[in-house]
Design a protein around this ligand. Sequence first.
Ligand code: DX5
Length: 227
Amino acid sequence: MPIANYNQRPIELTPSILAADFARLGEQVREAAAVGCTWLQADVMDGHFVPNLTFGPPVLKLLRPHFTGYLDVHLMVSNPDRLLEDYAAAGANGLTVHWETCPHLHRTVQHIRELGCRPGVALNPATPVSVLEDILEDLDLVLIMSVNPGFGGQSFIERSLSKLQAVRALVDQRGLEMIIQVDGGVKSSNARAIVAAGATNLVVGSAFYSPKLTPAQAWEEFAAALT
Ligand code: DX5
């Protein structure tokens, strides 16, 4: 369920399982659902587009029965077209590709829809929002990376707020329904500014799956910050 409403827009808190305890991933996914999360993000990394390596379709397939909500797969991989069918078959509800990895982005987005998934495009910190101008109408989600992709626990890049404002302005100007997602360094301390800048979906890794807080306490902290 949404963690808050802002300007009549529901705000979703999306835990990133990158920060979860991989030795008990099913349990951690169930914990997220139990506190009210209806979105969950799987950070797929190939050790090529980004330095880290995470999980393939078989892991997602095993996780799927543990989470009935929206499984949002963020493909931080080179040449994602080769993987779309496998992640869709594993149970992804949404597939987000990086603009930086898709020379034929319009075709990739069509392919994601043909697979029955909702398409998203992610922009790295140095990639301007203007690259979305001729693909925006075909998307369900825009992801603004507020860290350099590859690892959790990094600091939020402040300039991401103006990028969020730019996406919000473009979406509103065209009267589009769009999930505006932000990922990286999101904390309860900056969540309100991020939502005020136009985000409607907050990906949270280390501030949700944290040694200092239970998922329930993390949910409460973000809910309080967004009230
Ligand atoms: C970066 C990852 C992380 C992760 C969130 O490649 O995508 O941003 O999801 O991690 P935190 O919330 O710890 O920055």
